[in-house]
Design a protein around this ligand. Sequence first.
Ligand code: PBG
Length: 325
Amino acid sequence: MLFPTVRMQRYRQSPQIRQLMAETHLEKADLIMPVFINENLKDKLAIKEIPDNYQHSSESLIPYLESLVEKGLSSILLFGIPQEKDSLGTQAYNPKGIIQKSISRIKKEFPKLVVIADCCLCEYTSHGQCGVLKEGRLDNDKTVELLQKVALSYAEAGVDIIAPSGMMDGMIAEIRKSLDQSEFTMTSLLSYAVKYASSFYGPFRIAAGSKDTFRGDRMHHQLAPSQKREALREALLDVEEGADYLMVKPSLPYLDIVRTIKEKTLLPLSIYHVSGEYAMLKKAAKDGIVEEFEAFQEIFLSMKRAGADFIINYYTEEMLKRLGN
Ligand code: PBG
């Protein structure tokens, strides 16, 4: 059947019909908010490079989260900035470290909030790399041993989901093993399975305090943007190793990867709209090039359409306000 019998515009005549037709939905529960906690701070500090986002002190964090939980915040992803850094990132697995203390405090205050903690050493090492260095290169296996310690300390603090982000080989299998040995069988793993060596992480590296110390690139462990089959292999390996959730990061340049992983695995899939992607859009909105909320909504819907189940993003606070009840 063709025109004039068929008229596609019949579906678009009113907001109500369009709503009835909507194939993809963006909901508050899809949003995961990154939260930075800085041990050096007494009060919250605006992150200039990630507009409308903050580094929090352990004190400022609770009232801030309270206001967001009221607006429907359901999940957060924690990053810590320690007072002291060293070559082994020891503060990352200090049971009294900034993240460990914050996890217990948050779970006590907001038992229903899903607390995810990033598990990597780059915020904690004096050289800003994601693990232990040997002759200028990352020592994968030694790094994984330390990540196991980090993960256990998070589990002990009561975290819901641990998110290893360093792209180390075997990290998921080894962390799962040590969690299970310590009877943390219900602590979940969200693997940053497919993390590209991207130019869109700049603002984050400033916010997480790894900019000044970090030298060189991360091409030895993160994926090159040219790689698709390799990305799929990373994801499939993490499925085998026991990941509960997968992630693709950054987001917009890699929606093809999201689609492929969605088709080839059965795991829930998250996508990370990273700091550089966010900052570019905020700048465009500030300069009047796009309408901010509409642009974010359009981009987030594209991620859901591609197959993402949850979206880690720096626009969560505003989106929660805009999405209403
Ligand atoms: C590593 C990590 C990075 C991001 C999240 N976790 C950055 C990196 O590889 O330097 C970047 C996120 C963003 O840009 O928003 N712990």
